[in-house]
Structures are given as C-alpha cells and as structure tokens.
Design a protein around this ligand. Sequence first.
Ligand code: BDR
Ligand code: CA
Length: 313
Amino acid sequence: MNARKIIIDTDPGQDDAVAILLALASPEEIEVLGITAVAGNVPLSLTAKNARIVCELAGKTDVPVYAGCDAPLSRKLVTAEHVHGKTGLDGPDLPDPTMPLTHGHAVDFIIDTLREQDAGTVTLCPLGPLTNIATAFQKAPDIVSRVQEIVLMGGAYFEVGNITPTAEFNIYVDPEAADIVFKSGVDIVVMPLDVTHKALVTKTRNDAFRALGNQAGVAVAQMTDFFERFDKEKYGSEGAPLHDPCVTAYLIRPDLFQGRHVNVEIETASELTMGMTVADWWGVTNRTPNTTFIGSLDADGFFALLTERLARL
Ligand code: BDR
Ligand code: CA
C-alpha cells in the first residue's frame, strides 16, 4: 500500500505534538508533505515554533513547516494557555528549533500542493481552528474538489463543549472557517470530543511512554504530565485526553474507530451556542450527510499503536 499523502494543519499544543510524532514515525502509512501552523492554542509565532520543535524531536528536519493565519477569519483570537501553558508545549524542556520556517504562507502551500499533486491524492489533517483551510478554499475554489478527504479534530455531540457549554475549542475559535469547511462538499471525518475523551492517558499508559527511554517517549510523558492536570482538576478524569492523535491514528488504523455518517452544521449566529457542531446523530432531519462523525475507539489498541510508533523515534 502506498503511504497516504497528508498536510497537517496544526496549533501545537501537546496533543498536536503527539499527533505529529505519530505521523512522522509512520512513513509506511503516512507521507507528511508539510506542516502548516495556525493560531489557536497559542499565538501563531509560538505554534510555528512548536511545530519545528516537534519535527526536531522526531529527528525529521526535512519536513517543510509553514506559518499561516495569525487570527480567525472575522473574530479576535481566543487561545488556551489555561490548558497548554504559556508556550503551548509546557512540560518537557525542549530546545528552541534550529530548522527554519519554510519561506511562503501556509495557505499558498496548501493551494500549490493540491494543484501540483494528482487530484484526490492529498488528505488534509486539521488539528486546530480551520482558518488556514477555509482561507485556502476561499482563495482557490478549484482546489476543493482535488482534496482526497479531510480528517480533523473538532466539535462534539454527546460531550457538547469544552470552551463554552456548547462548543469545542477548535470550532469555537473560528466558526466561520468551520462553516466553510463543513459546507465545502469534501468528504470529512471528524474526531469530536465524544471520541477523544475516550483516548485517556492513564498512569499505566504514560509510564509506558516514559519507559521507552528515548527522547520522544520521555518528552510525550512529560507533556502529558503537564497537560493532564487541567482535565483531572476540571473534569475529574483519569488523565489527559489525546484529542489530536486520534486523527493520525485513524489514518494508520481506521479499524480502531467507529462512527456514523451524518449531517453536521456549524452554529455561526447565536452568541449562546456559537461554534456548536450541530450533528444530526439520530437522523431526525433530511439534511444530507456530509461527515463521518466518530463516536468510539478501541483505546487499548490506540495506545498500543502510539507506544509502538513512538519507540521508533
Ligand atoms: C482541541 O483544542 C486544543 O486545545 C487541542 O489541541 C485540540 O486540538 C481540543 O478541544
Ligand atoms: Ca490542536
């Protein structure tokens, strides 16, 4: 099987970092054409830096990293230092990157790549607010039909919200961008909180990362040590949810995940429910399904995969 070509669009973020490490450790299944940074968990200058820190941690300094949009399409940026810390990657003590950003804007890289590669061969993997992707679709509508699939982390149905009572962070930060993406007609697979809250790093699972003894395994354990304090205190959960790695794990082992093909629309008008992913999980409307909305995963299989792949770095 040929490796699947992907662009990772990201706002690292400890869980973004783990998602990227998993992809970079899996060249048989995944070819990372480039990483595009977007403002989200922390401002763009930090996400663009963190993406390169993660590439260096993986020993993959030849992956191009581009800086993208520094603010949502039409709103003020909301960040999440309360979850990820001041740097966005708090936890391990990692050196500043020496690899440079690649020249050019992330949005142009997305457009150029989709035009250069054969149609239907590039998958977009957004792990943060959808600003870069929506901007690319607006600037170059011809690329939309060339996308193979979008596999993204965002939204929630049963779990409802983590930044407001009804909205998940990535969608809430740029609901207008999410609206453009969900209405684009591209096949979308969504990893909402409903599934990512089942990818919990228990103590045993984090000990297994640490016991790998390599730089990546130890750094992931330290990131999780930091990242989990928020969820433990706030939700009383057993450990940190590895939201974004669900995206890259799905590309490698889709059989670990289950969901439904449903219609999802994004709330962009009501201040009360702004950024809500209105999923027709029970099929109560006749709206056309546009999304495979994932609801469950084999968590043990997921952590076994992650541990096995981190060991390779
Ligand atoms: C999402 O928001 C960010 O804080 C995480 O990196 C993840 O992408 C979870 O709601
Ligand atoms: Ca993220």
